[in-house]
Design a protein around this ligand. Structure first.
Ligand SMILES: [Zn+2]
Length: 442
């Protein structure tokens, strides 16, 4: 059912107010945003639990009770954002400006837009007085953009009973892409795991005034290059396969043949790098089919006149479903040789959720009813979200932030990008789609 215009305008101005609050992480400072959300809940007489594990870092959790005949649903959003450099934006990133059919601001996509969609649906459920089968839980959390330590990880560790649910609806999925003229909505069903590495490269220390071709810096240079250019082996995994099957179905013959060739167990890896031109598309495919290693932190040297005895390289390693940190380390070792010391700093396994569920079917049906002719595909993301923490409680999590995007405007450019903005009509569509889904499954 269409959302009454007055309620849509209220949602829109709430989103604009949230976009005007700078919750860039670091430092986060989600508190003013959480206050705004709490007062919106209070306007409908809904209480929320306020959890502040560190000053200014706030999580809000609220619950509408069902009759208990089905297990709870969690609607989760985070209130922090990545930082924004105003010099690179067309409009100031914390303006919440409405212009050209968009609401502009850091967080419009990631993910204050969904926060207001979920909040609006939650308040309307309460107002309707409808009897629910499931408890519906609304959580607005902190710190997703760093380590989730003050947000979902904290909730899962310290307050699991507040957020324990059978299903979680979260971000990085539900948006549309254009596949050869077909609008295609991607619902997230998998996230890669983490394997953060530290590589130590020793070398002969010396005086900066004398050349040092066997020093640590000289030895680190080819290692950095090999890491940055690494093409680790393919791991043909189920979530990537399901996604690519869908894309292949929608592709013209030549593209069909190319993508189908990637399945080849021995040659797929080679073909990816020879048949698909360099660029975003190849990198995206590489990231769902292979483990990746990205050198992101380099530490060496204190004084300009001393050759350091060691270079430390920290590597953001990501593990596709079906692989493991141990495998990623072995693959890294194979490209670096026996010498450098590789330490595993932190690991988290990949998370995979089945698309063969009633909830997935309901999400797909909702999108296709609201946007006839559109396709819906399960989709593995190459990053992570709060879902990996909720998964530890046995929750099945989907990225379902319904958002039709105009052809030519890509989610990947908006997500953490300059000029982040949400189409106003897409925002309306998202509220309506989410409400239909929640009514259907709850
Ligand atoms: Zn996010």
């Amino acid at each position: 059912m269409p959302l009454p215009e007055a309620e849509f305008l209220e949602a829109k101005s709430l989103l604009q107010a949230l976009l005007r609050l700078d919750t860039s992480n670091p430092p986060g400072n989600e508190k003013p945003a959480a206050e705004l959300v709490r007062s919106a809940l209070a306007a409908d007489g809904i209480e929320a639990v306020w959890l502040e594990p560190s000053p200014g870092r706030v999580n809000l959790v609220s619950r509408l009770p069902g009759d208990g005949s089905a297990p709870p649903l969690l609607l989760s959003c985070h209130l922090d954002t990545v930082p924004a450099d105003p010099a690179r934006w067309t409009h100031p990133p914390f303006s919440g400006l409405e212009q050209d059919g968009f609401l502009w601001g850091r967080g419009a996509i990631d993910m204050k837009g969904f926060a207001v969609m979920a909040l609006t649906v939650f308040r309307r459920l309460r107002r309707s007085g409808r009897q629910l089968k499931r408890d519906v839980i609304f959580a607005a959390v902190a710190d997703e953009e760093r380590e989730c330590e003050f947000g979902s990880a904290f909730l899962v560790r310290e307050h699991p009973d507040l957020i324990r649910a059978a299903i979680c609806i979260n971000e990085v999925g539900g948006f549309s892409i254009d596949v050869h003229g077909t609008r295609c909505y991607l619902i997230q069903v998998a996230e890669r795991g983490l394997a953060r590495l530290r590589i130590r490269v020793p070398g002969r220390p010396g005086h900066g005034a004398k050349p040092c071709p066997d020093g640590s810096v000289a030895r680190a240079a080819p290692i950095l290059q090999r890491l940055a250019e690494a093409r680790l082996p393919h791991h043909w995994n189920e979530p990537a396969a399901r996604f690519l099957e869908g894309i292949i179905r929608l592709s013209p013959p030549v593209e069909k043949a190319v993508l189908s060739a990637l399945r080849h167990p021995a040659l797929g890896h080679f073909l990816l790098h020879h048949l698909i031109p360099p660029g975003e598309k190849r990198l995206a495919l590489q990231s769902i089919l292979s483990n990746t290693v990205n050198p992101t932190v380099i530490r060496a040297g204190e004084a300009i006149n001393v050759v350091p005895s060691e270079v430390i390289i920290e590597v953001d390693g990501r593990v596709v479903p079906g692989s493991s940190s141990a495998e990623l380390i072995a693959e890294t070792r194979a490209i670096l040789g026996p010498e450098p010391v590789i330490e595993l700093l932190h690991e988290e396994p990949p998370t995979v959720f089945s698309p063969d569920t009633e909830v997935f079917a309901a999400m797909k049906a909702t999108l296709q009813e609201m946007d006839p002719g559109a396709e819906v595909l399960p989709y593995p993301i190459f990053g992570v979200t709060d879902s990996r923490n909720y998964a530890k409680l046995g929750t099945t999590c989907y990225g379902f932030y319904p958002l039709p995007l105009p052809a030519g405007l890509e989610f990947s450019a908006l997500f953490h990008g300059d000029d982040e903005r949400i189409p106003v009509e897409g925002f309306r569509f998202g509220i309506e789609a989410l409400e239909r889904l929640v009514l259907e499954i709850c």
